[in-house]
Design a protein around this ligand. Structure first.
Ligand code: X8Z
Ligand code: ZN
Length: 639
């Protein structure tokens, strides 16, 4: 509950798009006339059994509810949602931009309202279960019945407690600091050290230091799990994991198989990358720190969570292949500011025919980290009015990594604006993986030739053809390395929600999955109170994670389809769709559907296929796969 994922709307469907905490809504019937304080103080439970029974029987003395009643219910629900979102999104924005006791309290109140509204809608929608409805109304009704990704049970006090815990967890993460070399440092500073240092003791100290922020979250987290599980049961799901898996226009069990199938497609590529990276780390650090016969130490990979490995690209640069491009260096040489990074990303979208971002985007977004207050630095994209009050919030660093993230966030914003004319129920991604894939797909077109066009690279510095392997390796260290991480985070949450991992197994379960999927190990024995999952934003930030795994498959499918449309005939990694308005027009046609149709329809509209499929990412990296197999041929791979 609580935050509206990027667009207030989705609340109902609750798989909201961008990268913000989750939400549900409660109608503030008097939102316009009464002051906020009064509204919040006088809010009455509307989802009591008595009220629901009354609602279910209203107008039904002569039989089951009518189509007209269903229509009126949906219209009213939409009004309620829009109204509450309008105010709740502002509260969340202020809290995330200025974390204090007071803003946390307000955000928890807004979260409570949203949780209650969502629960009420979900329960009221049940009375139309047996009514035969036109497909569109049924889709809206089913969306309401799914409630929120973090549903509050109906009982008194549950929504309040849940909202308070969720707000607190995110604030604890957002304000987290620890002492390093006599100074308190933030996640941003710690991440810089993990990215650049090559000293194992320093890496270990910083890696462990950041994980001192999360143990205090553990009790609240397990309490939250109990509450949302109870809420999910009331909605008819076994647990909250089952509720989440039910959000993909297919049976939840089928979704588990689907995720496994996609992982099976790409795992051979990951295995090769892992083997080659471990060998390079062994060369750099020796047998003690990086043995060849064990999972890789998680602090050596250039990223706080070992999720993307681009920051150690220098260690794996293919010998004999010319250098690729170092975007961080190009941004620095061109004296780029954070603002220019966003302007350049915007220009990519406008080159495809999308309208420029509104003036309000530039006035209202947070693009650099403020010095004088606590903010949630984890990048996110917002739409505060569900129309065009779109914004990003990001403590942008002038690096190649954040250049890609800026495109990622704008992808959310352009998607939100593309579906702005949909009813509130459909203001969301076709599935949540689509939302995460839009900007990433655009960023796959950041080729050397593109960088020349936007003036970041000199024509004379375009890497020669034999730099392809270097470029591909750099990309794989980010995109291929990410795949098992993208998968394991929610494998962990599914097991937490199902009770397979009890609180005392939260941490060991996390490492079991880190090893199983990623082939990583903790760099040190973890203390008894460790809660390492809590040191990753999306756990305390309560953002489902399977979306990123799907996005890493989908973005390559989109890229391939776009390059085919553009008539591009070379290898996929050399294709850039910059300035191709025809591709933009067709991309927009998919984007403007929002969640109005099952996702295979949206996928088909752009790619001509109805299945998510890993073969595009395999094709993209096929020259690298051949290189990796050759490099690894005498190595003993696996862990
Ligand atoms: O959280 C994000 C985005 C916001 S939706 C910055 N990402 C995941 C992460 O940082 O863990 C993008 C890639 C994966
Ligand atoms: Zn995102």
């Amino acid at each position: 509950m609580r935050k509206l994922l990027l667009s207030a709307t989705s609340i109902a469907f609750l798989s909201l798009g961008a990268c913000q905490p989750e939400a549900t809504i409660e109608a503030l019937e008097t939102a316009v006339e009464k002051p906020l304080t009064e509204k919040l103080a006088t809010e009455k439970p509307t989802n009591t059994v008595e009220n629901l029974t009354a609602a279910a029987t209203a107008g039904t003395e002569n039989g089951p509810p009518s189509l007209q009643e269903a229509k009126e219910f949906l219209e009213q629900a939409e009004k309620d949602i829009v109204e509450l979102n309008g105010f709740a999104s502002k509260v969340y924005w202020i809290q995330a931009n200025f974390i204090t006791e007071d803003t946390n309290a307000l955000a928890a109140l807004a979260g409570t309202q949203q949780a209650k509204l969502s629960t009420r809608h979900a329960n009221e929608a049940k009375r139309f279960n047996d009514l035969s409805l036109p497909a569109d109304m049924r889709r809206k009704m089913d969306g309401l019945k799914r409630g929120s990704n973090f549903p509050a049970p109906e009982k008194d006090g549950a929504a309040e407690e849940l909202a308070k815990i969720m707000t607190g967890l995110e604030a604890t993460y957002g304000t987290g600091k620890f002492e390093h070399n006599g100074k308190d440092i933030t996640l941003g500073e710690a991440s810089d050290i993990i990215a650049k240092s090559r000293k194992p003791e320093e890496l270990l100290a910083v890696w462990e230091g950041w994980r001192t922020v999360s143990p205090p979250m553990k009790n609240d987290y397990s309490r939250m799990v109990n509450i949302v599980n109870e809420g999910s049961k009331e909605l008819g799901y076994n647990d909250t994991g089952a509720l989440w898996r039910g959000g993909y226009d297919m049976d939840g069990e089928a979704f588990i198989k689907e995720a496994d199938r996609l992982w099976g497609q790409v795992k051979p590529l990951y295995d090769q990358l892992h083997c080659n990276t471990r060998a390079a780390l062994n060369t750099a650090y020796g047998d003690e720190v990086a043995p060849l016969d064990a999972p890789i130490r998680a602090d050596l990979l250039g990223n706080m969570w070992g999720q993307s490995w681009g920051n150690i690209g220098d260690l794996v640069a293919p010998k004999g292949s010319s250098k690729g491009v170092d975007i961080t260096k190009l941004l620095e040489e061109n004296k780029y500011t954070q603002m220019q990074m966003v302007k350049t990303a915007e220009k990519f979208f406008t080159s495809l025919g999308f309208e420029p971002l509104p003036e309000t985007f530039w006035n209202r977004s947070l693009i650099t980290k403020p010095k004088d207050r606590e903010v949630v630095c984890h990048a996110s994209a917002w739409n505060l009015d569900d129309i065009d009050d779109i914004r990003i919030k990001m403590c942008t660093k002038i690096t190649g990594e954040d250049f890609v993230t800026v495109h990622h966030e704008l992808g959310h914003n352009f998607y939100q604006r593309a579906y702005k004319d949909q009813p509130v129920f459909y203001k969301n991604g076709a599935n949540d993986g689509f939302h995460e894939a839009i900007g990433d797909m655009i960023a796959l077109s950041i080729t050397p030739e593109y960088l020349v066009k936007v003036g970041l690279l000199d024509q004379k510095d375009i890497p020669s053809a034999d730099a392809d392997l270097s470029l591909l390796m750099q990309q794989a260290m980010d995109k291929v390395a990410f795949l098992p991480f993208g998968l394991m985070v929610d494998q962990w949450r599914w097991k937490v929600f199902s009770g397979e991992y009890s609180p005392s197994e939260y941490n060991s379960g996390w490492w079991e999955l880190r090893e199983k999927y990623q082939g990583l190990r903790s760099p040190s024995v973890r203390p008894d109170d460790a809660f390492d999952p809590g040191a990753k934003f999306h756990i305390p930030g309560n953002t489902p994670y399977m979306r990123y795994f799907l996005a890493h498959i989908l973005q390559f499918q989109f890229h391939k389809a776009a390059c085919d449309m553009a008539g591009f005939e070379g290898p996929l990694h050399q294709c850039s769709i910059y300035e191709n308005e025809e591709v933009g027009r067709r991309f927009n046609a998919m984007m403007k559907m929002g969640a109005s149709k099952p996702w295979p329809d949206a996928l088909e509209a752009f790619t001509g296929t109805r299945d998510m499929d890993g073969s595009a990412i395999l094709e993209y990296f096929s020259p690298l796969m051949a290189y990796l197999e050759e490099q690894n041929k005498d190595r003993s791979c696996g862990w």
